[in-house]
Design a protein around this ligand. Structure first.
Ligand code: ADP
Length: 223
């Protein structure tokens, strides 16, 4: 499942993050397609072999389609709709409830919570209820290896702590959320309201995960 999530998210993000050369190829195909690969290469003063990986990527993510003996043609409009859709739907419309624990609870209790609530990540808060850290499955596994006293060990010690937690605001777009998860190699983002950004004081109001993005992707497909 994780592979599918990553593929879907990467597909959305890839639509935005084309290289300069890939942009040039798209422009040529938009203007002159259908056009054979060797003619695209000629226009860019490159060999066909140099261009092959770019053409493969653009075909794989769906920007271009290749027709035998005809060449490449642009499949843009549908994909423009895809990026538009993710840029016009917002985190607050799709976020789930955050699963929050106190930063003083034990690693043992955090493991129990992660199973009970059926989530991959917990958010830890301080005594004022403000975001203090993030605890993922891997953090808990790491802490469990060779550590017999999980009931005594507070999550505070093993979590990723503020100000290193990557957050997102409710009014951000789903595209921004997807991009953050891909760029930082993380599975979830706490959705936060700023109380004092300079002091890194945030209230957790939601949770966006790769599943959120996948659900939105499926919803978009059903429209
Ligand atoms: P998993 O542990 O299941 O691979 P992640 O990929 O989300 O889940 O977590 C990998 C690491 O990144 C963990 O150490 C976790 O604490 C940290 N992490 C997870 N989410 C965030 C976040 N929003 N901001 C900063 N670090 C995070």
């Amino acid at each position: 499942m994780c592979i599918i999530f990553s593929f879907l998210i990467r597909r959305v993000v890839d639509l935005i993050k084309l290289s300069k050369r890939q942009e040039e190829i798209l422009q040529i195909v938009k203007d002159e397609g259908p056009i054979p690969g060797n003619q695209i290469a000629e226009k860019l003063s490159l060999t066909r072999a140099t261009l092959r990986p770019d053409l493969a990527i653009l075909t794989m993510v769906g920007n271009l389609e290749a027709r035998p003996r005809v060449g490449y043609y642009y499949k843009g409009p549908e994909l423009d709709q895809l990026t538009d859709w993710f840029s016009n739907h917002y985190v607050h419309q799709y976020m789930a409830n955050p699963i929050v624990i106190k930063k003083s609870v034990s690693v043992y209790d955090a493991i129990v919570q992660i199973f009970l609530m059926d989530v991959g990540t917990l958010y830890a808060v301080n005594q004022n209820g403000h975001l203090a850290g993030v605890i993922s499955r891997k953090d808990l596994l790491r802490a469990s290896i060779g550590n017999r006293n999980l009931q005594e060990l507070p999550v505070n010690v093993i979590m990723t702590r503020m100000p290193n937690v990557i957050t997102i605001k409710p009014e951000a777009t789903l595209l921004e959320a997807a991009r953050k998860m891909i760029d930082y190699h993380i599975d979830s983002l706490p959705v936060v309201q700023e109380i004092d950004a300079e002091e890194h004081i945030f209230q957790v109001v939601g949770r966006v995960t790769k599943t959120t993005i996948t659900r939105a992707f499926i919803e978009m497909g059903s429209h």
